[in-house]
Design a protein around this ligand. Structure first.
Ligand SMILES: NC(=O)c1ccc[n+]([C@@H]2O[C@H](COP(=O)([O-])OP(=O)(O)OC[C@H]3O[C@@H](n4cnc5c(N)ncnc54)[C@H](OP(=O)(O)O)[C@@H]3O)[C@@H](O)[C@H]2O)c1
Length: 326
């Protein structure tokens, strides 16, 4: 029997992409429910599956739902995901609310499908973490990664519809950029080395997500992983520059060969590097600028680009459900 599915946060930057992803993946369902807050309840959304009325989460009963995809922020997930799971749904949560809980699997299907052992609540990793780990995992398997130093260049859509509107406003008024902007500085013609809140250690919460989620997904609690996460005036598509050191001697031909396939598109020549402008609505991870670090024994660099709304969110979440349907 085909599953009944619900998208919580359906009017949002990620939620609206779920519909396109379901269509492209050919994920079949019996019924689809689009859920948001009171603000959007009653609105009719025109989707690739036809017109759907948005339902207020407070009025919704999850007991008929098999998969509930949550993308409505951490507070909504903390309150509603356990209730939806108690009513019988399998919750696939895009927020950071439960990711680091020991009992909650943090899944990238291509990498650690086996971490799922029947739980009702599954976390989707952070967007930058997913694309980084998708590229790291094949190298780790072949050469044993021991150190990762990453810098991210993250699109404004990573901050949801407010982020997108914030960049539009800032491009018109680059000094003002409006009180409604979610960024701590004007984002147009700028780069902002702050994503999410600052922690006591001087890192941001986004940077800590990359550190701890990478270790959890790869099941390597002692791996050295560090990050500087930067917001850039790009609407869609995150980029990551990653320096990697391995235990085993590197063979760059074998590195490229390990990356090819598995949903990774590898630029063989330096000048063919990927950029965010060309990867919207694509499910692949794009890797370029693959080069050996001349001053380290087993060091290399990667440039990794992917659609934050697909690879970093909706595509990974629907892939999880598809795995569970097999
Ligand atoms: N954007 C990304 O690249 C990305 C990637 C991975 C994970 N995430 C995570 O996914 C979540 C959503 O992100 P987004 O970028 O899609 O945000 P967004 O564009 O701001 O959308 C938020 C969605 O949540 C709904 N919502 C807000 N408050 C609600 C409430 N009290 N009850 C029910 N629904 C509520 C909104 O509905 P209304 O129309 O009713 O306001 C809207 O549909 C965040 O936790 C984010 O960290 C985002």
């Amino acid at each position: 029997m085909k599953p009944v599915i619900a998208i919580v946060g359906a009017t949002g930057a990620v939620g609206s992409e779920f519909l396109l992803v379901l269509k492209k993946m050919g994920f079949e369902f019996e019924q689809l429910h689009l859920i948001a807050s009171k603000r959007s309840a009653g609105k009719v959304l025109k989707t690739v599956f036809g017109d759907y009325e948005v339902v207020d989460i407070e009025q919704f009963d999850f007991s008929q739902v098999k998969y509930a995809f949550f993308s409505a922020g951490g507070n909504v997930s903390r309150e509603w995901a356990p209730k939806a799971a108690a009513q019988g749904a399998i919750v696939i949560d895009n927020t950071s609310a439960f990711r680091m809980q020991d009992t909650v699997p943090l899944i990238i299907p291509e990498i650690n499908r086996s971490a799922y052992t029947g739980q009702k609540l599954i976390s989707n990793p952070n967007c930058s973490t997913i694309q980084l780990v998708r590229a790291l995992a094949p190298i780790h398997e072949r050469f044993g990664v021991r150190k990762v130093i990453a810098s991210t260049y993250q699109a404004v859509s990573g901050a949801g519809n407010e982020g997108v509107n914030g960049l539009h406003a800032s491009l018109v008024d680059s000094e003002g950029a409006g009180d409604s902007s979610p960024f701590s500085r004007p984002i147009a013609h700028n780069v902002i080395p702050q994503i999410d809140r600052f922690m006591d250690n001087g890192f941001t919460f986004e940077e800590e997500k990359v550190r701890f989620e990478t270790r959890k997904i790869l099941n390597e609690p002692d791996m050295f992983v560090t990050c500087t996460a930067v917001r850039v005036p790009v609407f869609r598509g995150h980029s990551v520059a990653a320096y990697i050191e391995t235990d085993k001697a590197l063979d760059m031909g074998a590195v490229k060969a390990a990356l090819v396939g598995q949903g990774i598109k590898v630029a063989q020549n330096p000048e063919d590097f990927p950029t965010p402008r060309t990867i919207a609505n694509k499910e692949d991870v794009y890797v370029g600028r693959i080069r050996r670090e001349p001053d380290a024994r087993n060091g290399l660099w990667l440039w990794v680009v992917a659609d934050n709304l697909w690879v970093g969110a909706a595509w990974n979440a629907v892939r999880i459900a598809r795995e569970l349907e097999r």
